[in-house]
Design a protein around this ligand. Structure first.
Ligand SMILES: [Zn+2]
Length: 360
């Protein structure tokens, strides 16, 4: 392809220009023909919680996974952090036009304490440390635990793992060079997970003042998946009669969701945009998640939570000299649009140096 020359506003900074050629960003003109672009350039988006290897209906496969990833690219996603997948999506690595995938392998849960048929479901909590050791040996950068789920004996959300087992499991993962994150909806699983030193929390709708303070102190990241939490009433509805305590609990978490995440943001928790596409949520929904984040933090920061801050968190460069070109270009200021409630469609997306086909 011929190169690009962008001049305009380069976020998160100000006015500037850069070139793209041979797939990389250049801050000085590398020469050669270049298509001129103007407007607002944002470092390529990260969907920090997105499953291309999970589908609601039928069996996932790589053909479908590829098509789903392209739906995400169309809204500007250039990196997908995939917190748990039974399908090995590694054959998608390095394919032109696809985002880079940050994988975790299979979720680790307990029998009857997670979505039926999904992830590795252990018989007993004492098996967690060995399971983490096996998963870490697969070489994924992250390991995903299910931290809480409905306990049908208790009739409410409850932690899956004792605190001492968690502490040992997280230490084993860290020794092997893997980070650990955990799915948590309620309040009770958080203190044990945070004390064990997990690196991130997924959802986190049960955060309270005390656990928010632990997150800040330990620098633990939060992917609140706000548009997934909007599904809590429909997730909990089928349980209303049989598990009324659980049902009320889920509705209470739903009701306080914006207050919870606003408090987390104001306390200084590092927050990142993730859609949880692949279960209840469709792909290509990152703009909706960014708009939801912009209701609990300033628009510029909500954009950063999906872009430059998320890229830095996961080790991807921004719009830097020599970096692989991942870009989202808008004709108008995306922050002003967000403050009005929604992001516009991008005028161009560049993923790993290649312009993506956008829907017309
Ligand atoms: Zn998920």
């Amino acid at each position: 392809m011929s190169g690009l020359h962008f001049s305009g506003v380069v976020l998160p900074g100000g006015e500037g220009e850069f070139w793209v050629s041979d797939g990389a960003v250049h801050l000085s003109d590398p020469g050669g023909p270049a298509t001129a672009l103007t407007g607002y350039a944002v470092p390529g988006y990260v969907d920090a919680h997105c499953h291309v290897g999970i589908v609601e209906d039928g069996e996932p496969d790589l053909v479908r996974g590829r098509a789903l990833a392209l739906e995400d690219v169309a809204v500007g996603v250039t990196v997908i952090r995939e917190p748990g997948s039974d399908l090995d999506t590694s054959p998608l690595d390095g394919q032109p036009g696809l985002p880079r995938l940050v994988r975790m392998g299979r979720h680790i849960a307990l029998v009857k304490r997670y979505t039926r048929g999904l992830g590795e479901q252990l018989e007993d909590p004492s098996q967690l440390v060995d399971a983490v050791r096996r998963r870490a040996a697969e070489g994924h950068p992250w390991i995903k635990l299910v931290g809480d789920w409905i306990d049908r004996g208790v009739g409410d959300l409850a932690p899956l793992w004792p605190d001492d087992v968690l502490a040992e499991a997280v230490a084993v993962a860290h020794e092997a060079g893997a980070q650990v994150t955990a799915h948590v909806f309620g309040e009770d699983a958080l203190p044990g997970l945070l004390a064990a030193g997990v690196d991130a929390i997924e959802h986190g709708s049960g955060l309270t003042a005390d656990t928010i303070e632990m997150m800040v102190e330990k620098g633990i990241g939060l992917v609140p998946t706000m548009i997934q939490i909007e599904n809590f009433p429909s997730i909990a509805a089928p349980a209303a009669e049989k598990f009324p305590t659980y049902h009320r609990h889920m509705l209470a978490l739903y009701e306080r969701r914006e207050a919870t995440f606003r408090a987390a943001w104001e306390a200084g928790v590092a927050m990142y945009a993730g859609t949880d596409a692949g279960g209840f949520n469709v792909h290509g929904a990152l703009p909706r998640e960014i708009a939801a984040l912009a209701r609990v933090m300033p628009a510029h920061e909500a954009l950063g939570a999906a872009s430059w801050r998320a890229r830095q968190w996961l080790g991807f460069a921004g719009i830097d000299d020599g970096a692989p070109a991942d870009l989202v270009i808008y004709a108008e200021d995306p922050r002003a649009a967000l403050a009005d409630g929604a992001l516009p469609a991008p005028s161009a997306v560049v993923v790993r140096g290649e312009p993506a086909d956008l829907p017309r």
